[in-house]
Design a protein around this ligand. Structure first.
Ligand SMILES: Nc1nc2c(ncn2[C@@H]2O[C@H](COP(=O)(O)OP(=O)(O)OP(=O)(O)O)[C@@H](O)[C@H]2O)c(=O)[nH]1
Ligand SMILES: [Mg+2]
Length: 263
């Protein structure tokens, strides 16, 4: 099975070389696709050097500026599909998602799953070195998204994933509206709604040791608005009788959230 690993980067100079080297050393013959958004620290040039060093095994996509995580994944998906990868994984560049889990994600796909998530919130998984407010935020975002959208996966916001190519081909990627971190929630929602089988593998999510976080406060509002938009879509699509409190929550939250932040 041909596997491509998509790594979006923005200022990951301290991490990218070690990560790519470890990914290439895995016994799965992975191809790595680095999607860099013109990182001011020169990550893109470093990735090009790796691509020259490992021709065919490291591919780079350069975008003119910081265009967001969601569209970076989509650019990577397109390249991996064009390269005829059977499995397409995504992971952060900062070692929060450790390459050692990739074979386990693939094994789970081999058991008949279509999307496998490297999950913090199943038995055996966890987080290490993360500040309490980040853990709380992640837990809250997951609880909110899972409840409103009926997502069955426990870690709905994880970016460590492995998709069968057919899953990505079945989705209209241009229709995915969320562009930032909430892209992950929207993808999971659409994959589940498409009837694909979603599995999880426990991982230890370790806080980054090098480089800095790119997540902004706006992402929280964006994620809320994305979940509300999808909840509304779900409601209209399925026309299921929802309890009154769900209606009230959706309505009240839409009114409270600032309108200028696009979902
Ligand atoms: N190409 C691209 N990559 C991005 C962008 N924003 C973040 N990234 C990358 O996406 C991955 C996740 O970003 P992080 O800053 O680690 O976000 P996070 O994991 O939520 O935050 P921390 O827990 O603080 O590390 C990293 O590999 C980033 O370099 C973007 O706009 N474009
Ligand atoms: Mg990170």
């Amino acid at each position: 099975m041909k596997i491509a690993v998509i790594v979006p980067t923005y200022n990951e100079r301290e991490n990218i070389e070690a990560l790519v080297t470890q990914l290439l050393a895995l016994p799965v013959g992975a191809q790595v696709v680095v999607v860099d958004d013109n990182s001011p620290d020169g990550t893109g040039a470093l990735a090009d050097r790796l691509a020259a060093e490992y021709p065919g095994r490291v591919l780079t996509i350069h975008r003119p500026g910081k265009l967001g995580l969601g569209t970076a994944y989509i650019a990577g998906f397109r390249r991996a599909i064009a390269a005829e990868a059977d499995l397409i994984c995504t992971m952060d560049a900062d070692f929060s998602h450790h390459p050692r889990y990739i074979p386990q994600l693939m094994d789970k796909i081999g058991q008949g799953y279509d999307l496998v998530i490297g999950s913090r919130y199943v038995r055996g998984g966890g987080t290490s070195g993360c500040a309490a407010h980040r853990i709380l935020l992640s837990w809250g975002a997951n609880a909110f998204a899972r409840t409103l959208l009926g997502l069955r996966a426990h870690d709905a916001t994880a970016g460590f994933r492995c998709y069968r190519r057919a899953v990505l081909e079945s989705l209209d990627l241009d229709q995915i509206k969320a562009s930032g971190y909430s892209f992950l929630i929207e993808m999971l929602y659409r994959v589940q709604r498409g009837g694909w089988r979603v599995g999880e593998v426990p991982i230890l999510f370790e806080n980054r040791r090098l480089g800095s976080s790119k997540i902004s406060k706006n992402e929280i509002t964006r994620a809320l608005r994305t979940v509300l938009r999808l909840a509304r879509e779900k409601l209209l699509f399925w026309r299921r009788p929802w309890p009154l409190w769900v209606w009230v929550t959706i309505k009240a939250s839409s009114l409270l959230l600032p309108a200028h932040v696009a979902p």
